[in-house]
Design a protein around this ligand. Sequence first.
Ligand code: TYD
Length: 216
Amino acid sequence: MNTLPVLPSRTARPGYFITFEGGEGVGKSTQIQLLKEKLIELGKHVVTTREPGGTPAAEAIRAVLLGNQYQDLSDRAEAMLFAAARADVVANVVDPALAAGSVVLADRYFDSSVAYQGYARNLGAAEVKALSLWATRGLIPDLTVFLDLDPTVGMARVDQPDRLESLAMEFHIKVRNAFLDIANNEPERFVVVDASQSPAAISEQIYAAIKSRLSL
Ligand code: TYD
């Protein structure tokens, strides 16, 4: 009987892979910038990515995923396009940076797919995660920061909503609950930070968690 191929296991890498997750308007990009500055002061080489995007092909996929002209995009096509964009940025940007010993700070990674497509779109958390693991040859973050915020507060910060941001508040509430569930299931990988605090306070908590959990 044929057996399914097992995902190639990832060996220890010289770099660190830190991902940032959360709903809309929680301040991920501000926090990534603040952490990047601190790490550069420590002499680290830092690479940042934002999903979907980061390579020419992933940017083209982004235009399909977020463009308001593709309102009829099917849920499964959406899930596969996020995974395809992720596969490309991991192969071309993240993997080489980690191999070179850089710290990679990613604005969203597979937990976004699990929360948005797996939970909120009801496609199945395990299936969506498996798709991403296949796409990335099993790349799991060393640490994931979840910025937790009431979606009514986050959505009020969004001024030009894209295709996903235009979805009903009910969807965004599902996304938040999904992230809380995912984080709860993997406490050793996740740091959950209350994103209603000041940017400086949030940044300090993230930095403290990174110092205590990673030997950076
Ligand atoms: P973006 O404008 O980059 O938003 P943000 O600043 O909130 O990160 O848009 C990314 C959108 O795509 C956001 O609504 C979350 C969604 N998304 C998914 O649904 N699944 C995914 O796997 C990823 C990476 C993003």
